[in-house]
Design a protein around this ligand. Structure first.
Ligand SMILES: [Zn+2]
Length: 269
């Protein structure tokens, strides 16, 4: 398994090159990027970030397509342009060997009903993904019915799932995302919250019961465990912990749990 850290995790006063170096030194195999320009002022240009990852020997298996305009997919006059932007990002994935482009199917609560225009636009992007050998990994957010609509109508091994532990816990507690779409799983976002909102905390800072989730992920055979926690104002660690300490906690909590569940697995025989 490959353990990855979201590059954007707080500590924005520290230069990107130094943050990348700290991620490698914490023990991570991989780093995950937001594949847009929205945070360039603190994080630097996306291609520059990619070069830093390569220089540090960090894999990049999962890029995040900007979710800030996800509603465009369901707007007749905007969805084809949106698909073009997705396709550009798919070409970047292929160029850099990143297997998964993570895409949101809805934008917060600003979300028109799903429809055939959006379906056709996504279908065109999936056809490109197939040619390039890259996945469009739909992330579970507030409304899994949108994901189901796309999965039901576009049958492709390249239309996959990015399972997000925090979103399931705070948005769709009554649904089991891995039971619904686990057969499509290709990558993950792992973070914690207390169930009231999408806090993107470190494992253990909220109240998600991770052990059974990690058991399920192992059974499904997913390779990529990507930590998506932030040291921001909502975190108990904010202002109280260094970048290297935060990354050590991020890495240590997931590897500790994965090792524990390995032990349980081998005891069960
Ligand atoms: Zn996520």
């Amino acid at each position: 398994m490959i353990i990855g850290q979201n590059f954007r995790c707080g500590f924005y006063d520290i230069a990107p090159a130094e943050r990348m170096d700290a991620i490698r030194r914490a023990g991570f195999d991989a780093v995950m990027f937001w594949w847009g320009d929205e945070f360039d002022s603190t994080d630097g240009n996306k291609h520059m970030r990619m070069r830093l990852a390569i220089k540090n020997g960090l894999q990049v298996n999962t890029l995040h397509f900007p979710s800030t305009c996800a509603d465009k997919l369901w707007r007749k006059e905007l969805c084809e342009g949106y698909a073009d932007e997705m396709i550009d990002a798919l070409y970047d994935c292929a160029k850099y060997g990143a297997e998964n482009l993570v895409v949101h199917t809805t934008r917060k609560l600003i979300t028109p009903p799903y429809n055939e225009d959006g379906l056709n636009a996504m279908g065109r992007a999936v056809t490109e993904a197939e040619k390039l050998g890259v996945n469009i990994a739909l992330e579970n957010t507030r409304f899994p019915a949108y994901n189901a609509y796309l999965y039901d109508n576009i049958r492709s091994p390249r239309l996959t799932l990015c399972y997000d532990t925090g979103h399931e816990h705070c948005y769709t507690k009554d649904k089991n995302i891995l039971d619904l779409f686990g057969d499509k799983l290709s990558t993950t976002h792992i973070h914690d919250n207390d169930g009231t909102s999408d806090q993107h905390h470190l494992i253990g800072e909220g109240n998600i019961d991770f052990a059974p989730i990690l058991d399920k992920l192992k059974k499904l055979g997913v390779k990529y465990y990507n930590l998506e926690s932030y040291c921001d104002e909502k975190s108990i660690y904010y202002g109280k912990c260094s970048l290297s300490r935060f990354l050590a906690l991020s890495y240590g909590t997931i590897t500790g749990l994965l090792t524990d569940s390995d032990r349980v697995f081998s005891l069960r025989g």
